[in-house]
Write a protein that binds this ligand. Structure first.
Ligand code: NI
Length: 199
């Protein structure tokens, strides 16, 4: 008898945890499907692309965008994330790939000039667009995406420094609204499958 009660309580705990988990995700994703806690990811940005051209979020209406915030001096996290993104893109069929623009937004505008980005992004994917801007522009873009970044070891005598930064890849829809996100370390196969489902 005791054992049955225990099983019943365990089953109830699973249901409660699953419900709580779903509520949490709904809130986090802010997917507009009636989620109770609305979190808006994304918004207007004004930046400079790796060719030196001024760009805004409105330039990408009609296309999905896959957006990642990072910096070219990043020793490991950014190269890993961008390689995963590139591998996932290579797994898409041509029609799906055509609907999507991969974007790398620098959070280190002092070093990441358009020229530096022009050297960097083609190593990952020929469709990838690098973006930078003034400190204010970059800050506004990151804020819109709830993306965190901060300079660390600023007082290095040689002027070297690292940037702490979030490592989330955002998929934005053709309307410029949030569609999905991928956490750091998502395998390219998983990302590709999810993209193919959505595109
Ligand atoms: Ni990085």
């Amino acid at each position: 008898m005791k054992r049955i009660v225990f099983i019943a309580i365990a089953a109830l705990a699973v249901v409660v945890a699953a419900t709580a988990g779903r509520f949490y995700l709904t809130g986090m994703h802010g997917d507009g499907s009636g989620g109770r806690a609305k979190v808006t990811i994304g918004g207007p940005f004004q930046l400079i692309d790796h060719t030196g051209k001024a760009v805004t979020d409105a330039d990408f209406r009609g296309k999905y965008t896959l957006i990642y915030f990072g910096y070219t001096y990043c020793p490991d996290v950014c190269p890993t994330s961008l390689s995963i993104m590139a591998d996932a893109l290579d797994m898409l069929d041509a029609d799906d790939l055509d609907k999507l623009v991969p974007i790398f937004i620098s959070v280190d505008p002092d070093r990441d000039t358009p020229a530096a980005l022009a050297d960097f992004v083609p190593h990952f994917h020929d469709k990838m667009i690098g973006m930078t801007g003034t400190h204010e522009q970059v800050k506004a873009a990151a804020r819109a995406f709830k993306s965190y970044y901060a300079k660390v070891n600023e007082d290095d005598p040689d002027g070297n420094y690292l940037m702490d930064h979030s490592s989330i890849t955002y998929l934005m829809g053709p309307d410029g609204l949030y569609a999905a996100h991928f956490s750091h370390g998502t395998p390219p196969e998983t990302m590709a499958k999810r993209l193919a489902d959505i595109l």
